[in-house]
Design a protein around this ligand. Structure first.
Ligand code: ZN
Length: 411
């Protein structure tokens, strides 16, 4: 998807603002002698920005608007090392809410809906993003935040929540709890807006079946506003994204070269109107592709496919590149197992070993099943894993991102 002239003009405005502010990226651009870009080709020569740079700019090096215009900061979770701090102007906060409102509208959510928000509030962008968008829409927000399942379910019944915003793991946990307690007929949910992690078709199917709700994938990351920069429309899996606010290109993660529309690669995002901390060609490390052609729904916003994983999820086992999504796709073809799985990679006696744990949903012979799964995985990735079948409910459920791959080789 080539950058348009209108988008290029906006990029030039951002470059000017960065250089004038002398912020972290402003200095980098000035040092590289970049003051503007004239063509789409020029644009693809602009340097990438990386999470590592954003950490180097800690605490407020990214701030590009005058301090009196900054109304808020957010921070990415920072599980490893220095966090990233993103400053927002009032316009940035409002633009984000406009995009998020558009996401809700795309999902068919209206100001008559009651939206129960379970992602966390605070430094990170999840809870407050869902909230601002819902308020912009005029819907009633039930701002729960994460955890306390008893209270979540109580409020869900008493407030007659119609929309659930959550991670996929937490939606699954709630669905299982509702089933267990036999309160399904007291639940009024119609739609789920699910963000922040990749999830399998199988997991989607389980949440959909157990809660009987229509599910939507919302895309976003703290460095680029937060969740709300894209969502799928009803009946489709690809996500529309808002190209009046962001420009998306897909690159080959190894070479950094753009790939043709339709081909899988790394999502790179440029913010077109952001003031507090504009980013140019930010490498997300998320894997997806541009979905070419026009959507059946008639919306003109371009689309990316569901996120297929992270460039850094790639595991090198026995010299072979393996993506967890490849294993997941194989497992999805077995009806005898649940959507939960865990991959453990270890190094024993000079050899890499991959063990895959899966949960059986029914009355099957575990040994035969594990042999069948091991064969299918081998035909997909080229070597035979050790497959262990366990009873349903044994593998960990998490309220946050479920850790499905554990690499024990470097402990
Ligand atoms: Zn559509």
């Amino acid at each position: 998807m080539q950058i348009s002239q209108k988008q290029l003009d906006l990029v030039n405005d951002r470059i000017r603002a960065l250089v004038e502010a002398g912020s972290f990226y402003g200095k980098k651009l000035a040092e590289a002698g970049i003051t503007h870009v004239d063509s789409p080709e020029d644009f693809t020569k602009l340097p990438f920005s990386e999470k590592k740079d954003l950490r180097d700019a800690y605490p407020l090096g990214l701030m590009t608007a005058p301090e009196e215009e900054i109304v808020r900061i957010h921070s990415s979770s920072g599980t490893t090392g220095t966090p990233v701090i993103i400053p927002y102007t009032a316009k940035d906060v409002d633009d984000w809410a406009i995009m998020f409102k558009r996401c809700y509208e795309t999902a068919g959510i209206t100001n008559m809906d009651r939206i129960q928000i379970t992602p966390g509030y605070g430094l990170w962008t999840a809870g407050i993003g869902f909230q601002n968008g819902a308020e912009k829409l005029g819907a009633m927000v039930i701002p729960m935040g994460p955890g306390n399942t008893d209270k979540q379910l109580q409020m869900m019944q008493d407030m007659k929540s119609t929309v659930l915003c959550s991670t996929s793991s937490y939606a699954l946990l709630l669905a299982e709890e509702i089933e267990k307690r036999g309160i399904k007929d007291k639940i009024h949910l119609k739609k789920g807006v699910i963000g922040s992690e990749r999830w399998s078709d199988k997991m989607r199917e389980r949440i959909h079946n157990e809660l009987g709700i229509e599910l939507f994938d919302i895309y976003g990351l703290t460095e680029i506003y937060g969740p709300g920069i894209g969502i799928n429309c009803p009946g489709e899996t690809a996500m529309h994204y808002w190209d009046d606010f962001i420009y998306i290109e897909i690159i080959d993660p190894k070479t950094g070269e753009p790939v043709p529309d339709g081909e899988m690669g790394e999502i790179v995002i440029t913010t077109l109107v952001k003031e507090g901390a504009p980013l140019i060609r930010y490498r997300t490390h998320d894997l997806s592709r541009i979905v070419p052609g026009k959507c059946k729904c008639g919306r003109c916003y371009p689309r990316i496919d569901v996120i297929m994983g992270r460039t850094d999820d790639m595991m090198k086992i026995k010299g072979v590149n393996v993506f967890p999504s490849q294993i997941e796709e194989v497992l999805a073809n077995f009806d005898e197992i649940s959507s939960e799985y865990q991959i453990r990679i270890s190094h024993l006696d000079g050899k890499d070993t991959m063990r895959i744990y899966v949960e059986s949903t029914g009355d099957v012979d575990f040994a035969t099943l594990s042999k069948k799964i091991a064969e299918k995985v081998k035909s997909r990735i080229g070597f035979t894993p050790i497959v262990k079948v366990v009873e349903i409910g044994v593998l960990p459920r998490s309220m946050k991102k479920t850790a499905r791959v554990i690499d024990e080789r470097y402990d």
